[in-house]
Ligand binder design. Structure first.
Ligand code: C2E
Ligand code: MG
Ligand code: MG
Ligand code: MG
Length: 282
């Protein structure tokens, strides 16, 4: 390619860099405007209690509808939002919107449903994080026991003493605490006992490899067994097939979430889904 276009490697490399940089800059400019232009929205994916088939909660997942055009997934903009600090106001918006939406869901008769919210590392590390959460809970008047924060291992491992005190404060407010993408971050297990956690979410890469050539069944079973010994419940994410579901049910997993049940849905569609859900559907 370099030869046929008559350019040397350096030029090509330079042009690629330039393209990436300007794409990044355009995205940054777009991100700065996205909040005021109300371009973000949340979709919700139900979490099912495996034993009963009941829907116990929903996870809020952010989407960006950029300039009336394509929908951008969080994996494409969250890293830049973290880098630029824009994630802090975005994350505050997510928590507030999710709390307002769960109130709507509760008012429609699904009064015990939990809302799981993905928390950004940078937001969590702000000194006033707990205060900002407390303010949102008061404004929206949502029952904190029905709010679940999804944290990642890499977020809570550094700076352990400050982290623990924040987690304890959140716990005192009544908020549930889950570890997202469990098994992919730090391999230290000691924190599981030290932190006031409620749930582990097994990363979807392990669920994908259930019943495969590279079978991860023993890892999944071990995670469930450790979790239960520590009084934590277990959510499996990324469940795409009945086979995986049954495997997890046999393995005593508590909750599942995934395309097999439904993809994440905008609020109005979620409310319809909740009304139509039949517990013996599988
Ligand atoms: P996550 O929290 O681990 O979310 C799970 C991801 O798996 C979601 O991708 C979800 O749409 C997708 N998923 C659900 N079921 C299935 C399935 O059966 N198969 C497969 N292959 N995927 C499934 P999404 O929505 O693109 O979010 C990606 C990541 O972005 C999330 O991973 C989370 O880390 C982050 N994120 C999403 N929303 C927010 C947010 O509001 N705030 C923050 N800080 N991060 C967010
Ligand atoms: Mg999550
Ligand atoms: Mg996850
Ligand atoms: Mg993930």
């Amino acid at each position: 390619k370099a030869k046929s276009s008559g350019k040397n490697h350096y030029q090509l490399y330079h042009e690629e860099m330039h393209k990436d940089e300007s794409k990044q800059m355009k995205m940054e400019v777009g991100l700065r405007k996205a909040l005021e232009q109300k371009e973000f929205f949340l979709v919700y994916q139900p979490q099912i209690h495996l034993k009963t088939g009941k829907i116990i909660g929903i996870e809020a997942l952010i989407r960006w509808k950029r300039e009336e055009q394509e929908i951008i997934s969080p994996e494409q903009f969250i890293p830049l939002a973290e880098e630029t600090g824009l994630i802090v106001p975005i994350s505050e918006w997510v928590i507030k919107q999710a709390c307002e939406d769960i109130q709507q869901v509760h008012l429609r008769g699904h009064s015990n449903l939990l809302v799981s919210i993905n928390i950004s590392a940078l937001h969590f590390n702000q000194e006033n994080f707990v205060k900002s959460v407390q303010a949102i809970l008061q404004q929206t008047n949502v029952n904190p026991h029905l709010v679940d924060f999804e944290l990642t291992e890499s977020m809570i491992m550094p700076n352990a003493s400050q982290t623990i005190s924040k987690l304890v404060k959140l716990k005192k407010l009544g908020i549930k605490l889950s570890i997202d993408d469990f098994g992919t971050g730090y391999s230290s297990l000691s924190y599981l006992n030290r932190f006031p956690l409620d749930r582990l979410k097994i990363d979807k890469s392990f669920i994908e490899n259930l019943n495969k050539y590279h079978d991860d069944s023993s890892i999944v079973e071990a995670i469930i067994s450790i979790a239960h010994r520590l009084n934590l419940s277990v959510v499996a994410e990324g469940v795409e097939s009945k086979k995986q579901l049954l495997h997890l049910k046999t393995g005593n997993c508590d909750h599942i979430q995934g395309f097999y049940i439904t993809k994440p849905l905008p609020l109005a569609e979620l409310i319809r889904f909740l009304a139509e859900w039949e517990e013996d559907l599988y």
